[in-house]
Ligand binder design. Structure first.
Ligand code: FAD
Length: 293
């Protein structure tokens, strides 16, 4: 049944600008509802650096600056200016990016979840997976009404011949009824979970930037699949560990023997809910070759 809500401010779009609006309004006690059609942040890194002025604004939110500074900068360090004749030359005359003060070097897809969590703590009502379909100015000329529907797909579906359903979905790509259901489903963005690589905190999304990846917790996937051209097999528990036990199964919709094939663009290409598929390893090879060719 349709839910009718009243609030002071409706924010449409839950990316960096919408999230900052929700954060700063909530910080000042202004009731707001944020509508975002996707279930999470875009996995594409997009903006990589945030100026000193942005940091000044973030500093006004209790605890946010400390939380952001605790995140290691990406390889290459904080955004800065360098002088060089060519990219091959020595880089010298390094200076801060803006205002003679250090900027923050965190990719947008890593910053947004932190802002989301903070905004929620401060009281913002974030509605992810809701698509605004209509809006109108009310008769009072001073307020708007907006209609948003809970997306039946729960996220952005990537439709392509190179997305397969795996053997668990009976050859059909079923639409998810809630954003959570779409996690790990072929055709959807691969979900984020926190992992540990030694002492370093990494996102599952960091594993998917370089090429095709089969991800599983069960080492028999690596043993049975052997070398597959262009495809790396990553076993959670061998080199990378879950920060929260069981997060892999929940996020990817598999059991602890299942596996997913992730495309280089961060979308799930195929999924096997358990290791039964390895009984016919030739068929798995065929699916992977088809998906990754
Ligand atoms: C490849 C790439 C690289 C980039 N690199 C940099 C960089 O290095 N540095 C830099 O400063 N900037 C960079 N940018 C730009 C930066 O990402 C954008 O400026 C920033 O994301 C804009 O934020 P926004 O919140 O205004 O809009 P968007 O990020 O576009 O967010 C709009 C949001 O609204 C949602 N939405 C739209 N319609 C609806 C609807 N009907 N219902 C519900 N939700 C809806 C969308 O899903 C989206 O999440 C890059 C962008 C791209 C694409």
């Amino acid at each position: 049944m349709a839910e009718s809500l009243n609030t002071s401010v409706i924010i449409l779009g839950g990316s960096i600008v919408g999230l900052c609006n929700a954060l700063f309004l909530a910080q000042r006690g202004v009731p707001c509802i944020l509508i975002e059609r996707h279930a999470g942040s875009s996995p594409h890194p997009r903006a990589m650096g945030w100026t000193h002025r942005t940091m000044e604004l973030f500093r006004t939110v209790d605890g946010l600056e400390a939380e952001l500074n605790a995140i290691p900068s990406r390889a290459g360090g904080k955004p800065r200016r360098v002088a060089t004749k060519t990219l091959n030359d020595k880089w010298d005359d390094e200076s801060h990016w803006t205002n003679s003060k250090p900027a923050l070097g965190i990719a947008q897809d890593k910053l947004e979840p932190i802002l989301r969590a903070k905004a929620i703590v401060l009281g913002a009502d974030l509605r992810l997976g809701y698509n605004m379909t209509d809006w109108s100015l009310n008769d009072d000329d001073d307020s708007v009404s907006l209609t948003a529907t809970n997306s039946t797909t729960g996220g952005q579906v990537y439709n392509s011949g190179t997305v397969l359903t795996g053997d668990d979905d009976n050859g059909k790509m079923a639409l998810a009824k809630t954003p959570a259901e779409s996690r790990g489903q072929p055709g959807f963005r691969a979900p984020h979970i926190w992992l540990k690589r030694g002492d370093e905190d990494v996102s599952s999304l960091d594993l998917f930037c370089g090429g095709w990846v089969v991800l599983s917790k069960d080492p028999s996937w690596k043993e049975r699949l052997g070398e597959v051209e262009h495809v790396e097999c990553v076993i959670v528990g061998h080199g990378v560990e879950e920060a929260d036990q069981g997060a892999f199964e929940v996020a990817f919709g598999v059991d602890n023997t299942g596996a997913v094939l992730i495309r280089p663009n961060g979308y799930v290409g195929a999924r096997w809910k358990d290791s039964t598929a390895l009984g016919d390893v030739k068929q798995v090879h065929k699916l992977i070759r088809h998906t990754s060719s």
